[in-house]
Ligand binder design. Structure first.
Ligand SMILES: Cc1cc2nc3c(=O)[nH]c(=O)nc-3n(C[C@H](O)[C@H](O)[C@H](O)COP(=O)(O)OP(=O)(O)OC[C@H]3O[C@@H](n4cnc5c(N)ncnc54)[C@H](O)[C@@H]3O)c2cc1C
Length: 561
């Protein structure tokens, strides 16, 4: 019998597919970004260009994109017990996750700031993190934690030469073994409890001394514990003197497992390659890091590093969303022209490009302040205090709306899970939440200004570096302190304050360091109000073509129309 519904000559595999954009792959995320390269040079990290270019090629590679897809599709699984009922408390990851961890730790995304012998280590590491976050974001949690944990660990005579050093090594070892048997380590931080997240003084975990002066046993729970297969964790627990900071190792020095019970893994909106768990501690061994009662203060001393890193991560995420949107628009035609050259889409893409460059420029300026603060600059110490909470609020907050818009630039394709934009969109809100949610970091900005009145003078001097470049910015700076004084009820206005400072700082930097078609468009749209509520509602007076060519130079950025 012959089937008559497939006449000979009909192709059953598929019809011909036309006018679909290509996948943006096998490009160099650093070499194709002249604004990033200029910022690295300007802020004092020119020596790291070759390293950044190497990572840029990895990030743009098909291999990394595929591994990132796999690690987020095949999510970590909890194994509480082995087949005979013994407790395991292990998380099993897809091999793609370990591949990503090796790439990120191996490139120095975690450790370069501390292992670099050249000045500008924090800046160079920030550029690596910016690039890495264009590739995959779940791994940004363990790299950020390892980066930020080093100063606190260096305060501990016991852990300074072991744990602190091994977090900066450019390799990744996933095995649970005692610290002495490992060349490199990872670390997490588990502070949040069910009843207390923003207000850590509400923690209920208790610590009692056992053995040597800095050895304790902890009992309690932690409601959020990300990267639970890390070698150790910062934990806050109460002694009689108050909240105190400890390090809990997963494996004890004698090779036995510590009493660290993983209760469940969270089913998260995004950040799916990275496991986030709830844990119980029951007479769990720990080393004390802070003085008793000073744990929150010690933990917060290094919060500027994680906060900056999350803002850097969000800026990287936005940069990738922009790259995807421009590439798609150049490769897809509608109404006889590439979508990216249709006037209204040019307005949208150029608007996104301005936001992306402003975010990158500011986070890298603050990274330089961290380098200079370490070298003893008093001005930089002040900027280091206020800069990280400012960008943690503003840049992380911007990422959600930004990725939603970039996703729409790709039409229906952007909403489908095997396009990168869908993942970036689900990832975007997270950096607002952890390490101090938006309100908390805005209140922190306020606190910084109240505690140190000279900080406002330093901030104003930083902004006045662009004095005379634009009358709107000059006027805004001149009236700022008076505007602030007139507000009253300061906490109510903390977001307003943070927004103002960020917008002025971004404008000042762009006016000093970018071509006028970028800086003037930014000031006109963001300070003077020549822009509507959504992206793509800028006035008609801007050179959107030049803005887009800067964001994605056609000769460096594969656009196969
Ligand atoms: C995916 C994921 C992973 C996480 N991983 C970790 C981890 O590894 N370790 C860890 O310790 N934590 C982790 N967290 C928890 C995170 O740090 C907390 O969720 C965060 O600190 C907020 O705490 P909360 O959820 O208890 O919110 P709440 O404290 O209940 O706050 C709720 C809201 O109220 C606001 N708010 C609180 N106080 C004020 C105030 N005075 N004025 C105005 N607004 C206020 C907050 O800004 C927030 O928006 C993770 C969270 C997520 C989503």
């Amino acid at each position: 019998m012959t089937l008559d519904f497939a006449p000979s000559g009909t192709r059953l595999d598929s019809h011909e597919v036309t006018n679909q954009a290509t996948v943006l792959t096998d490009y160099n995320a650093f070499d194709s970004d002249p604004a990033l390269s200029a910022a690295l040079e300007r802020e004092g990290g020119g020596w790291a260009k070759a390293r950044a270019s190497k990572l840029g090629a990895v990030v743009g590679s098909q291999e990394l994109q595929h591994q990132a897809y796999l690690a987020n599709k095949f999510v970590p699984e909890l194994m509480t017990h082995d087949r005979f009922g013994h407790r395991l408390d292990e998380v099993e990851y897809h091999p793609a996750y370990h591949y990503l961890m090796s790439q990120a730790f191996g490139a120095g995304v975690a450790g370069l700031a501390w292992s670099s012998e050249k000045p500008g280590g924090h800046l160079a590491r920030a550029v690596l993190s910016f690039l890495w976050n264009q590739g995959e974001n779940g791994v940004g949690c363990p790299t950020g934690m390892a980066y930020a944990a080093v100063p606190a660990l260096r305060q501990s005579p016991r852990l300074r030469d072991s744990w602190a050093k091994k977090l900066t090594v450019k390799s990744y070892d996933p095995e649970l073994r005692p610290e002495v048997e490992k060349a490199s380590l990872t670390i997490g931080m588990t502070l949040t409890e069910k009843q207390a997240g923003s207000d850590l003084r509400g923690s209920t975990t208790r610590a009692r001394q056992a053995g040597a002066k800095d050895e304790y046993l902890l009992t309690g729970h932690k409601w959020f514990c990300s990267a639970p297969m890390s070698d150790g964790f910062f934990v806050i627990a109460y002694t009689d003197a108050g909240p105190t900071l400890f390090v809990v190792p997963r494996v004890l020095p004698d090779g036995k497992r510590n009493r660290f019970y993983i209760q469940m893994l969270k089913d998260k909106c995004g950040n799916r390659s990275n496991a986030s768990s709830s844990i119980e501690l029951c007479d769990t061994f720990a080393w004390r890091i802070s003085e008793e009662g000073k744990g929150i203060r010690t933990a917060m001393e290094d919060a500027h590093l994680t906060r900056l890193d999350f803002a850097v991560g969000s800026a990287g995420l936005m940069r990738q969303a922009l790259s995807q949107a421009i590439h798609y628009g150049r490769g897809r035609r509608a109404f006889q022209k590439p979508i990216a050259s249709q006037p209204l889409m040019q307005n949208v893409l150029a608007d996104l490009a301005l936001e992306s460059e402003a975010a990158m420029t500011l986070v890298l300026r603050i990274a330089r302040a961290i380098d200079e603060a370490e070298q003893g600059s008093e001005t930089a110490k002040q900027l280091q205090r206020i800069g990280p909470p400012l960008v943690k609020f503003f840049v992380c907050k911007t990422a959600s709306g930004f990725t939603a818009e970039a996703l729409e630039c790709m039409g229906g394709n952007g909403y489908i899970e095997n396009h990168m934009l869908a993942r970036l969109y689900r990832e975007a809100p997270l950096n607002c939440i952890w390490e101090g949610s938006s309100n908390m970091v805005c209140l922190d900005v306020l606190r910084a200004l109240e505690q140190n009145p000279s900080l406002m003078d330093v901030m104003m001097a930083e902004l006045r570096k662009a004095q005379g470049a634009d009358p709107s910015l000059d006027a805004m700076i001149d009236s700022f302190t008076a505007d602030l004084a007139g507000l009253g009820n300061a906490p109510y206005h903390a977001r307003w304050l943070a927004e103002r400072l960020v917008r002025m700082w971004q404008a000042a930097l762009l006016l000093q360091h970018t071509p006028s078609y970028v800086a003037d468009a930014f000031v006109s749209t963001r300070l003077d109000g020549n822009r509507g509520f959504h992206y793509g509602a800028m006035g008609g007076q801007y050179d959107t073509g030049a803005i887009l060519e800067r964001a994605a130079p056609p000769e460096l950025f594969p656009a196969r129309v």
